[in-house]
Write a protein that binds this ligand. Sequence first.
Ligand SMILES: Cc1cc2nc3c(=O)[nH]c(=O)nc-3n(C[C@H](O)[C@H](O)[C@H](O)COP(=O)(O)OP(=O)(O)OC[C@H]3O[C@@H](n4cnc5c(N)ncnc54)[C@H](O)[C@@H]3O)c2cc1C
Length: 540
Amino acid sequence: MNVLDCDFLVIGGGLAGLSAALELAPHGRVILCAKRHLAESNSSYAQGGIAVPIAEDDTIEAHLQDTLGAGAGLTRADVARQIIAQGPDRIAAPEKWGVRFERKSRSSREADAEYDLGREGGHTVRRILHSGDITGSELIRVMSARVRRRRSVQVLEDHMAIDLITTGWLRIPGGDACIGAYFLDRKSGDILAVRAPHTVLATGGAGKVYLYTSNPDIATGDGLAMAWRAGLEIRNMEFVQFHPTCLYHPEAKSFLISEAVRGEGARLLNAAGKPFMKRYDPRAELAPRDIVARAIDHEIKSRGDTCVYLDITHKGEAFLRRRFPNIYATCRQYGFNMARQPIPVVPAAHYFCGGVATDIQGRTGMAGLHAAGEVACTGLHGANRLASNSLLEALVCGHAAARDILETPRPPRRRPRIPPWKTGGAVPSDEAVVVTHNWDEVRTVMWDYVGIVRTNRRLARALRRINTLRREIRTYYRDYLVTSDLLELRNIAAVAELVIRSAMLRRESRGLHYTLDYPEPAAGMRSDTVIHDLPGGGAI
Ligand SMILES: Cc1cc2nc3c(=O)[nH]c(=O)nc-3n(C[C@H](O)[C@H](O)[C@H](O)COP(=O)(O)OP(=O)(O)OC[C@H]3O[C@@H](n4cnc5c(N)ncnc54)[C@H](O)[C@@H]3O)c2cc1C
């Protein structure tokens, strides 16, 4: 087995991983691994933009208040204030490297023109910096090109982390510490290890745990599952944000219609063509996402419809083509002209507010391991994420994790020997169909029983099914050589269990967690849910 050495291992090439890698690059040898191509991440799909308190009529305090409002009592104000306050400084670097955020005037000297800020649900002012409707892919394009140019950074694409390697697992005396990770080279099928005194986990979210999701295929919660297996604390996993408006079309793979469209005045109509949001919330279409998603879910289920419609026809073609070029073109590709007709939409799993417990510097409970971005739970989002706060968190916390590593280096020690990957008696699988079937089953169970509206009975039923599936997957994992499909299945099933167990712990409705058994927030429950099992405990 090949073992690669470096000073800093970054697992994940989205905004958090790139942000960390770029900060670490001048200080040592970095290996940055991504499961697929660098362009394939949740970050790349972000349309709306990045929330930064930069407008004249805006303040850090106002942004904080909106974040606290969305977070339903669980956002950590100190954490949120620090992350928000760092936004203006952190966006300066990508802008200098070439990211173009929209400005109002195209004719005056560009750098002097005011930003053309967008507005999204839950924000009381316009504060969303955006590059048209492809903000995420712009950031990733510019930052990944920069990472590739750094000679100290080795980028390993198509390398999927399987598990963290820890001194506890190797039975090396002293406190438990992360010393790297095992990887599957997806192209060759070989297993290799990367050994490093510092690892940054930046593997993003887990939308693929649900049948319908806005997330791309990489979002299988690998980092969450790896951290759980390594014995780290996992927090607030019940808070899964469902984006209210994904294009409803069998081939669109839940293409997202950004909240910014509602920010520009789009209205939601039911299948009878009637607006309905005012019946659910006085803020109507600009209510926070959980309220809009639940309203749509209720409207669809109570009327027996398959979708609702988003109407922005009053804005006209020229505006829509300019403001939402990507959304406009994609809708056209699926046969909808958003300038002429309301477009069909449904909610889909979008963002995980919970994750590996960290502070704002990305410190986890384990020496040598930081986590940043969607995989982490800093406390910024609380029970519900305010729109466009996640790119901000990925950018700020990826950078902060790198700074923390550089400022508190670990004492030099002899490099521990990494045992070769054991295949035991495993053979190549000839039953890939079982893996596919189990994939579908995990995702369907989660959609049907652990979705937007939950109950005790549904959660109990889901846990029984997931436990059975996890037992099957464990046998599979032991008996067959690993493939990325099998590894991802193992991870989505692990994340499913984390979500269900966390949801069972929360005996109230708060933020994104809504249960018919306890429909109100409980005064005594203003705390995080925590799952902290022993290394390997409960996890495959
Ligand atoms: C459609 C869509 C629209 C969005 N719009 C917005 C928006 O407008 N504003 C906003 O603030 N947020 C938005 N979000 C959320 C935001 O994009 C993400 O929360 C954020 O980008 C997460 O960044 P990240 O770096 O943590 O993870 P990601 O960008 O998802 O990157 C994860 C990286 O980890 C790698 N990886 C995963 N598992 C492994 C493994 N086992 N081994 C090796 N590598 C691995 C992946 O290959 C990828 O490179 C949106 C999300 C989606 C899906």
